[in-house]
Each structure stands twice: as structure tokens, then as C-alpha cells.
Design a protein around this ligand. Structure first.
Ligand code: SF4
Length: 248
């Protein structure tokens, strides 16, 4: 693969130049300041020692809870201690091992295909080759994998390598639209582009986690607690009563 300039965790320490003077960036920074007071700071550190562990865990986390995906990952590693073991196993056996993570047939097929692709491209069952890529090249490579979309790619690159990308999950799409950070009709992919640009790099990790927490605890899909929300004096959707139109 073509090698380009490496950009690692240091990317999170720099504000994105494109955000200066941008109203969306100003709003993102203000939201971050308030959520920082509500939920605290978040220190970045990689969740897994192995990048491939992080990718498989992220695939397992699709459409299920953190608890279920973590359990499925542990059970997968227990059944297949190495990725070579998993690659050589029948898809049905992987499916059985990850059953607690939901849509296990689909995820088992994705994991098998990803393992094969990684070995073919990187020469072993290791994704360390990602470290030699720049942000866009690494993201494009991951997007070429089966079952890997913008969110999965961004989660892996932000959480494992500290690359300055902003993953948008269902909570962030909903809360971001209510706050006016994301236009009402934006798709999830468009929202990634918007948030990648609008959110300064040095707050991407913290704001991503705090927005999810806020979406789960306060700005819920149904019956958001606007009176108790620390953003209610800057939120255009304050007073929202019933969910439906315009929300993710
Ligand atoms: S004021 Fe209401 S709609 Fe706005 S972010 Fe807070 S809970 Fe969500």
C-alpha cells in the first residue's frame, strides 16, 4: 500500500484551522464547555493494545449495547485466542461464540471477511499497517471493508489512534440536530463531514463522549429533560415536547 505522512494521536492536540470564525465551531465549543462542567473531562488513551482487536470490537458493537458487545468480544477471544484461530474457524462457530452481541450471523461473516482482507493487505492478522497511513487513507481503507461504515471507521481511528475524526452515532445525530450543530435533513454520513469540520480537533474525543452521555441521560429521543438541561439557554429546540419530525 502507498505510504503517506503519518498523523497519529498528536492530531487531537491541535484545533482545526477550518473552524476559526465558523458559527458551528463556536457553538460546538460552547456545548463542549457546558458538557465539560456536567460530565467532566475525558482523557484519551487507546482502548486496545491491538488495532485489530479494536476493529473487531467495534464491529461487534454495531446495533447493540456496550455490555453485550463487550461480552461477545470476550467470548470470541475465549473461543479463538488468536485471530488466526478465528480466521480458520467456520463462520457458524464464530457466530455461536458472539451470539450475545446480536445479529451474530452478519457480524460473524463480517469478521471473517475482515480478517481475510487484513491478512492479504497487511501480511498478517494485524492492523498495524494503519499506523503508517494518514487520516484519510486509513479511513478510506477501513471503508473498503465489509460492514465498516463512517461511524465504525471513525470510532476505530479516534479511539485507537487518536486521529481527529468525529464519530456520529444515533445519540449525537439526534442531539446535534436539536442543538443546530447538524442540519435537520443531514444524513449520518453528511453529519460526519459536518462534525469533522466544525468540531475543533482538540475537543473531538471529549465532546463525542459527552454528547453521547447527554443524549442517553438528558436529551433522550422521547421526553428530553429540557428544564434540567445545562444547554437549555442556547438550544434552539428547548421545550421540545414530542419526538418525531426532524430528529434522528
Ligand atoms: S434543551 Fe432539550 S432539546 Fe436542547 S439539548 Fe437540552 S434536552 Fe436536548
Amino acid at each position: 500500500m502507498k505510504q503517506v505522512e503519518r498523523r497519529g494521536a498528536g492530531g487531537l492536540g491541535k484545533a482545526a484551522p477550518a473552524s476559526r470564525g465558523d458559527p458551528a465551531a463556536g457553538m460546538a465549543a460552547e456545548v463542549d464547555r457546558r458538557l465539560l462542567r456536567c460530565y467532566g473531562d475525558r482523557e484519551w488513551s487507546p482502548r486496545f493494545g491491538e488495532l485489530l482487536d479494536g476493529l473487531v470490537h467495534t464491529i461487534l458493537s454495531q446495533n447493540t449495547s456496550d455490555v453485550n458487545s463487550h461480552r461477545a468480544f470476550e467470548q470470541l477471544k475465549e473461543a479463538f485466542p488468536t485471530w488466526e484461530d478465528a480466521a480458520g474457524a467456520a463462520t457458524a462457530d464464530i457466530e455461536e461464540a458472539i451470539r450475545s452481541g446480536g445479529i451474530s450471523r452478519v457480524k460473524a461473516e463480517r469478521i471473517k471477511a475482515v480478517l481475510e482482507m487484513v491478512r492479504a493487505d497487511c501480511g498478517s492478522y494485524s492492523l498495524e499497517c494503519l499506523r503508517e497511513m494518514g487520516v484519510e487513507q486509513a479511513r478510506d481503507y477501513l471503508l473498503g471493508m465489509p460492514g465498516v461504515g463512517r461511524k465504525t471507521a471513525a470510532v476505530l481511528l479516534l479511539f485507537q489512534l487518536g486521529y481527529p475524526l468525529f464519530p456520529v452515532d444515533t445519540h449525537i445525530l439526534r442531539v446535534g440536530k436539536r442543538l443546530g450543530l447538524i442540519p435537520p435533513r443531514a444524513s449520518a454520513d453528511q453529519a460526519h463531514d459536518i462534525m469533522d469540520t466544525a468540531v475543533p480537533d482538540d475537543i473531538k474525543f471529549r465532546l463525542h463522549i459527552n454528547l453521547i452521555e447527554h443524549g442517553r441521560a438528558v436529551c433522550k429521543a422521547r421526553k428530553p429533560d429540557c428544564p434540567g438541561c445545562c444547554l437549555n439557554d442556547i438550544c434552539p429546540r428547548v421545550g421540545l415536547k414530542e419526538e418525531g419530525s426532524g430528529d434522528a
